[in-house]
Design a protein around this ligand. Structure first.
Ligand code: FE
Length: 261
């Protein structure tokens, strides 16, 4: 009995050992399987799940595609960059719109040339330095040459002559207080000169010839406001009065000539 019992006990023990061992292996096996399965779900264990990895890559790729799109925000900043050029052409019409200009403008009246004109004067626009003008009041004679519809005329020839500080015309070849210049792209002209002195029968005036490129010459004269002798001048025309302004640089006599084709 004792021997049989011992044998029986040994058998039972052996069976117990055998049955316990696989149970541990089985228990341990699922564990790693579970652990291994878990990782694929996480981005770090991409190796096992190739399809999931591809999907993930595709997703990342898509994200990467969006990233540049997000960076494309600067591209959206581009429109503002494009806007200015759009504004430029918009701004361009403003000057050509001639909003500040009454159209059509009246043509500048013509007046006699007089006997003191000398042909072929030099191209010069500063008469202040002429010796005969010493002591005279300096003025800046400036303005534009325009068409009746307010368009500036570039390269128009503006020919000026007048008396010196003592009311005399220089009839020599020194061309004192004489000269011409061409208007710029805005139709502007500018002469640094003096307020001409009067002579018998005439008020203060400046003789001018305007010749647009390929156009007819306008011959006329300009006058100054508040001159007591204006009333006694037989050909004085108030339409030909300059606008006289005080500026930090001295008196500015402004006049815009309007000439026909
Ligand atoms: Fe004169």
């Amino acid at each position: 009995m004792s021997v049989s019992f011992q044998v029986l006990c040994l058998v039972c023990l052996a069976l117990a050992i055998v049955s316990c061992a696989p149970a541990q292996v089985t228990t341990e096996a699922p564990a790693p399987t579970t652990v291994a399965a878990a990782p694929p779900a996480t981005p770090l264990s991409a190796a096992p799940a190739a399809t999931a990895g591809a999907t993930a890559i595709a997703t990342i790729a898509a994200s990467a595609t969006f990233a540049p799109t997000a960076t494309a925000a600067p591209t959206r900043t581009a429109p503002p960059t494009i806007a200015p050029p759009t504004l430029v052409p918009t701004a361009t019409p403003a000057p050509t719109a001639a909003v500040t200009c009454k159209t059509p403008l009246s043509l500048t009246p013509s007046q006699t040339e007089g006997p003191m004109y000398l042909a072929n004067p030099p191209q010069r626009s500063n008469f202040r330095t002429d010796a005969a003008n010493a002591g005279a009041e300096p003025i800046l004679l400036a303005g534009r040459v325009l068409t009746p519809d307010c368009k500036p005329i570039a390269n128009a020839r503006v020919d000026v002559w007048h008396t010196d500080a003592k009311g005399n015309y220089d009839m020599s070849k020194t061309y004192a207080s004489r000269g011409y210049m061409l208007t710029d792209s805005e139709g502007r002209y500018e002469f640094a000169t003096i307020l001409p002195a009067i002579y018998t029968g005439r008020t203060a005036h400046i003789h001018v010839k305007i010749t647009p490129p390929g156009g007819k010459t306008l011959t006329t004269q300009l006058y100054f406001p508040n001159e007591a002798t204006n009333k006694g001048d037989a050909i004085f025309d108030p339409k030909l009065l300059v606008r006289l302004d005080e500026t930090p640089q001295g008196k500015r006599a402004s006049f815009d000539f309007v000439v026909g084709p």
